[in-house]
Design a protein around this ligand. Structure first.
Ligand code: APR
Ligand code: PHB
Length: 395
């Protein structure tokens, strides 16, 4: 069987695997990335697009921040709507100077793939990992298929960066992982429209008809979402129906009007909170969606993944540079410390903004009371802004 040897075997070329590879490269550590999909596929996959302050800094420090600095849209505030009124939260002032940047996730993937190719180190597309072997031995192995051939990657550590549906989490023996989770009784219908966003900041709209969100992908392309049923049939949503529902949910008493444009994509996003613990088993370490998922409210998925990758890279750096394994041994504890804070924020934002049809009247009043507190009480606003723009990294 064809066998490749390296220091760190990385399964998955999403943001987690690609950023880890770049950080390891900068630390002089060798890695091989296995990605089951094609380059074109991963570079065009639509995901959320809001980057925390510290994530922008991290990408810059890793040498992949040039296009982000040019094309990223820096936001100093957000618009929260309820009761047909808009309320601007100046998240920059409230968080002590932190902004968020809107930059589509697939653009980060493109920047990271390009950086990887420039290093000349291996990234194999169309390479599907099929099993992880000897995870409790000094040299674990990843078996994979590439160009019709069964191959093996032998390494010191395996980084499981293969997302929620990957094989890494499933490779941990039964009973060794604790799973925590919650599924929400609604989904998001997302559209991409060739229309300049009507507000230059992201709008979170709480409405009796259901939640709605306006974001953007560029100054001429809007990204919009509508809360809908979990089993919604996207084909039942004509363009006219989508626009009329969006207009209803974003309406304010001062006559705000969304810009309409050609809808170029429609999709359904399920909502789930999910955490697996520990995030390490033997020489396998999980990062990003392979270990945890957040509901998309607040756009924390990628931001949370970057927290993991920073800790894993720092641990591997200490191991290879100084022969110290204590940081790596504490990888799961340190990562989960931040993961749970982010989980709390994403789940509470999700619960705050969506309609729950099983408990409509009471829930609604609780939500409105909390929303009023966020816009009226400076300390509540400050806490919100610090979470929104990003809590400090532990490493
Ligand atoms: N072998 C090789 N690659 C695999 C395998 C496999 N068996 N299974 C999955 N993959 C690849 C997927 O094709 C995907 O490109 O792993 C990658 C995982 O990437 P993401 O799902 O984007 O996960 P992650 O990198 O952790 O993402 C971090 O960004 O988009 C968000 O939802 C994502 O919020 C999460 C964050
Ligand atoms: C997005 O741009 O896709 C987005 C923005 C803000 C969110 C979620 C998603 O809270």
């Amino acid at each position: 069987m064809k066998t490749i040897k390296t220091q760190v075997g990385i399964v998955g070329a999403g943001p987690s695997g690609l950023l880890l590879a770049q950080m390891l490269h900068l630390a002089g550590i060798e890695s091989v990335i296995l990605e089951s999909r094609s380059r074109a596929y991963i570079e065009n996959r639509q995901r959320a697009g809001v980057l925390e302050h510290g994530v922008v800094q991290t990408l810059r420090d890793c040498g992949v921040g040039h296009r982000l600095a040019r094309e990223g849209m820096v936001h100093e505030g957000i618009d929260i709507r309820f009761g047909e009124k808009r309320h601007r939260l100046d998240v920059k002032a409230l968080s002590g100077g932190q902004c968020v940047t809107v930059y589509p996730q697939h653009e980060i993937v493109k920047d990271l793939v390009e950086a990887r190719l420039r290093t000349g180190h291996p990234i194999l597309f169309g390479a599907k990992a099929t099993s992880l072997l000897a995870l409790d031995q000094p040299r674990p192995r990843v078996r994979y298929e590439h160009e019709g051939e069964a191959c093996e990657l032998e390494c010191d550590f395996v980084a499981g960066c293969d997302g929620f549906h990957g094989i890494s989490r499933a490779a941990v023996p039964a009973g060794q992982l604790e799973i925590y989770g919650r599924d929400y009784p609604f989904a998001w219908l997302g559209i991409l429209a060739e229309a300049p966003p009507a507000s230059h900041e992201v709008i979170y709209a709480h409405h009796e008809r259901g939640f709605a969100l306006q974001s953007m992908r560029s100054p001429s392309v809007s990204r919009l979402y509508l809360q809908c049923a979990i089993d919604e049939d996207v084909d039942q949503w004509s363009d006219d129906r989508i626009w009329s529902e969006l207009h209803a949910r974003f309406a304010t008493d001062d006559g705000f009007l969304l810009n309409e444009g050609r809808i170029v994509q429609k999709s359904l996003t399920p909502m789930r909170s999910f955490v697996t613990a520990p995030m390490r088993h033997g020489r396998l370490m999980l990062a990003g969606d392979a270990a945890h998922i957040v509901p998309p409210t607040g756009a924390k998925g990628l931001n949370s993944a970057v927290g993991d990758v920073r800790i894993m890279a720092a641990g591997l750096d200490a191991y290879y540079r100084r022969g110290q394994s204590d940081l790596l041994d504490r990888y799961s504890d340190i990562a989960l410390h931040r993961v749970w804070k982010t989980q709390r924020f994403a789940a509470s934002l999700c619960t705050l903004l969506h309609r729950f049809h099983d408990e409509p009247r009471f829930q609604l009043q609780m939500q409105l009371a909390e929303l009023r507190q966020i816009v009226e009480d400076a300390r509540a606003a400050e806490l919100f802004a610090r979470n929104y723009t990003g809590l400090p990294f532990d490493v």
